[in-house]
Design a protein. Structure first.
Length: 72
C-alpha cells in the first residue's frame, strides 16, 4: 500500500470517528462505522483518490440523515 492510500485510509478513519460523534444518540456507532466502510469500499477502484473522503462523507451523511430522522 502506497503513502497516498495510507493517507486516505487515515482520513477516512478520522471521518468515521467524526461521524460517530455527529450521530451519537441517533445512530449506533457500529452502524455508522459499517456504513463508512461499505461506502469507502464502493469507491475502492477509483483511480483518483484525492476526494474520496469528501465523497464518502457526503454519501454517508445522506444515508445517515435518513436513518437519524427515522429513529427520531
Amino acid at each position: 500500500m502506497g503513502s497516498v492510500e495510507r493517507a486516505v485510509d487515515v482520513q477516512v478513519a478520522h471521518l468515521s470517528d467524526r461521524l460517530v460523534r455527529d450521530y451519537a444518540g441517533l445512530v449506533p456507532d457500529e452502524v455508522v462505522r459499517t456504513i463508512v466502510n461499505e461506502t469507502y469500499r464502493a469507491y475502492a477502484s477509483a483511480r483518483v483518490t484525492q476526494f474520496l473522503p469528501v465523497l464518502v462523507d457526503r454519501a454517508v451523511r445522506q444515508r445517515l440523515g435518513h436513518a437519524g430522522r427515522e429513529s427520531a
